[in-house]
Design a protein around this ligand. Structure first.
Ligand SMILES: Nc1nc2c(ncn2[C@@H]2O[C@H](COP(=O)(O)OP(=O)(O)OP(=O)(O)O)[C@@H](O)[C@H]2O)c(=O)[nH]1
Ligand SMILES: [Mg+2]
Length: 444
């Protein structure tokens, strides 16, 4: 299925428009039409992302020829590099090629139409990164005519049947059954801070846009360990965040007096309109914000606020930041919210706090997954979302976890528990790996 994202004729031939319309759209097809009635282009499976400013691996990318001087001429030029396929840069339009050279770079800057044509200012070469079998020069593809009548970019939704065998598994996990649930529960219960650190538990904070499922994740984890559906955190939909305070949850294990050695901290959702919360979240990462502090949208906490924790201890600091993003809204995220997440992520990186990303609402994204959660790791729709989240927020893919929260269920389900436990286990392991005795902790 193809959806037109961008047309130079309609939207204007500029890098700004190209990136605005085409970034983070997953697989795309770029088609160029020229005055000689030749049609050619390129297919990329990874998203364009101007801000990456670098090469992106794309083994399956290819260049193609569809028409030569009006005559149907089908040729496919495959990528020969296993490390680079496309080049994403905010100063350039679509560029196909790697460090060995660019085979097709269409344009940079803005090209104004002259008599309805765009004179491409890019560069064309053969056999750099793509293998031009059957063709010795671009002359045989674009007639040497760089006047494009249009450049179109389509997003490509690939049906699983034509993309990959249906059982293509994009993340290996053990067989899903009750035994796996029990094993994961035991493992999560066993992860605790080193006694020499003298802290009770790992402080994990959930940060993300309004309505992304932060509070629901707290409830999901709590339900799982209580052995029944619980609703400790208030959840719901609203324009403004339902959660208004910094609320830590201690998770009690079913029929035991013990609690998990973690403090799952819920926070106010990030919205586009309030400018200062980035600062507040940076304070929070460093432990300057007390538990149960009620965020005030109009008046963010300041250094001399009586509630401000001036000398936070290791137990007050955040030990792992978990960004929570709704998979079904990933590409519709408000740019201001996206920027806030990136800034908070940068702050956390600066002070070496490990981070992970939870992709919630995968059931909305893929109906097959909603019906049978165990198909999540063979779902190409979810795999694409994980790839997009990793591209947008620059997380390694193994730091991105897809989850489905309890929201409508009356009973616990193994699938929901397994996904939440897989995520929680890694989050705790990330915290444990960084929180080691004798380490010097950076302060922002
Ligand atoms: N279908 C589905 N709905 C979910 C999922 N997670 C959360 N929801 C629903 O999404 C809505 C928002 O969830 P919350 O947990 O309140 O989101 P939040 O991030 O805490 O939101 P704020 O506190 O307002 O920032 C609620 O109606 C939830 O029931 C999920 O995985 N799948
Ligand atoms: Mg909430």
């Amino acid at each position: 299925m193809f959806t037109l994202l961008y047309s130079a004729k309609k939207d204007g031939c500029s890098v700004e428009k190209f990136h605005e319309k085409c970034d983070y759209q997953g697989a795309t097809l770029t088609v160029v039409y020229n005055r000689c009635n030749s049609v050619f282009g390129g297919y990329a499976t990874t998203s364009w992302a101007g801000e990456i400013n670098g090469y992106i691996r794309d083994d399956k990318a290819f260049l193609f020829q569809l028409k030569y001087s009006g005559k149907e001429t089908f040729r496919k030029f495959h990528n020969t590099s296993t490390t680079e396929g496309i080049f994403s840069n905010s100063f350039y339009g679509p560029v196909f090629g790697g460090k060995c050279g660019h085979d097709m770079s269409l344009f940079s800057g803005t090209i104004h139409a002259s008599k309805g044509n765009f004179l491409l200012n890019g560069a064309f070469d053969v056999n750099r990164t793509y293998s031009f079998s059957g063709v010795s020069s671009w002359q045989q593809v674009h007639n040497g005519d760089l006047h494009a009548t249009d450049i179109e970019v389509y997003s490509v939704a690939i049906k699983p049947s034509i993309q990959e065998p249906i059982h293509h598994i994009w993340r290996n996990v053990p067989e899903w059954n009750k035994k796996l649930v029990q094993e994961l529960i035991q493992e999560v219960q066993s992860i605790k801070p080193n006694p020499r650190l003298k802290i009770q538990d790992y402080r994990i904070v959930l940060i993300g846009p309004v309505g992304s499922g932060k509070s629901s994740f707290c409830n999901t984890v709590n339900s799982m360990f209580r052995g029944r559906i619980t609703q400790r955190a208030i959840c719901g939909d609203g324009t403004h965040s339902i959660t208004t305070s910094y609320t830590p949850y201690l998770i009690k294990c079913n029929q035991q007096e013990s609690t998990l050695r973690l403090r799952l901290c819920d926070t106010r959702g990030l919205g586009p309109e309030l400018g200062l919360d980035v600062m507040e979240f940076t304070y929070l990462l460093n432990g300057h914000i007390p538990e149960n502090y009620k965020f005030n949208a109009e008046r963010p906490i300041v250094f001399d606020d009586p509630a401000f924790v001036t000398k936070p201890g290791l137990q007050d600091r955040i030990h792992c930041v978990v960004f929570v993003v709704d998979a079904s809204k990933l590409q519709k995220l408000d740019p201001k919210v996206m920027d806030k997440i990136k800034i908070i992520r940068t702050s956390a990186t600066k002070i070496e706090i490990p981070q992970a990303l939870l992709l919630t609402k995968i059931d909305i994204e893929d109906k097959e997954v909603a019906n049978r959660l165990e198909t999540v790791f063979s779902s190409s729709a979810i795999e694409t979302k994980v790839q997009q989240a990793s591209d947008i927020f620059r997380f390694p893919k193994n730091h991105v976890f897809s989850v489905k929260n309890y929201e409508n269920e009356m009973m616990l389900e193994d699938g929901v528990n397994i996904l939440a436990l897989l995520a929680l286990r890694q989050i705790l392991l990330f915290a444990r790996a960084t929180l080691v005795p004798g380490r010097l902790y950076l302060i922002w």
